[in-house]
Design a protein around this ligand. Structure first.
Ligand SMILES: [Fe+2]
Length: 181
């Protein structure tokens, strides 16, 4: 597998770790058990700062090049672009809803839970589609010239938790992951 796809796959494993952590915290929160609300907010902030603003723009460039080169998959590449937009909107919406809970905004627990569960489910579906269908297709079809174009134009974006941990912005999350190791 091309090293860029390996890097994006590593991002996916990290994102799955974040989603698993988010699910556990939400399970506890919605069951009325002890949960770490600061950690939940940081998880959402990480998904916005990294998945939506770092990882997805890199994949978007990859898919733009791939779409021109690999015929007959327009519908797939349109779906991926649409999912990136939908996920970014859902991240923002759910994060705002969670913050609203802190400020006692009027939203039922059931409504909040539905929003959170749908968000996590779409993230999983999206990652699975890329891991199972899209990355293997790109790995098989793209040429060295394609990869050169992609690598040259790739927007740079460090992962603020797994690559260059921002101990202040993601205080709870970085500390949690360190304890886990
Ligand atoms: Fe993606």
């Amino acid at each position: 597998m091309h090293k860029l796809l390996e890097k994006l796959s590593r991002d996916h494993r990290n994102l799955e770790k974040i989603l698993a952590l988010l699910t556990t915290q939400l399970d506890n929160f919605f069951a009325g058990k002890e949960s770490n609300f600061d950690l939940i907010i940081e998880l959402m902030e990480y998904l916005e700062a990294f998945a939506d603003q770092g990882h997805h723009p890199q994949e978007n460039l990859l898919y733009q090049v791939a779409r021109k080169r690999i015929r007959g998959h327009d519908e797939l590449f349109e779906r991926l672009a649409r999912q990136h937009l939908d996920l970014a909107a859902l991240t923002r919406t759910f994060r705002h809803s969670l913050e609203g809970v802190l400020h006692e905004a009027v939203m039922s627990r059931a409504e909040l839970e539905t929003q959170g569960r749908e968000y996590v489910a779409l993230q999983h579906l999206h990652l699975a589609l890329e891991d199972r269908e899209v990355f293997p297709l790109l790995d098989a079809e793209l040429t060295q010239d394609d990869w050169d174009v992609i690598t040259t134009n790739m927007p740079k974006h460090d992962d603020p938790v797994f690559e260059s941990p921002d101990q202040i912005r993601f205080y709870n999350l970085v500390a949690y992951l360190e304890r886990e190791e």
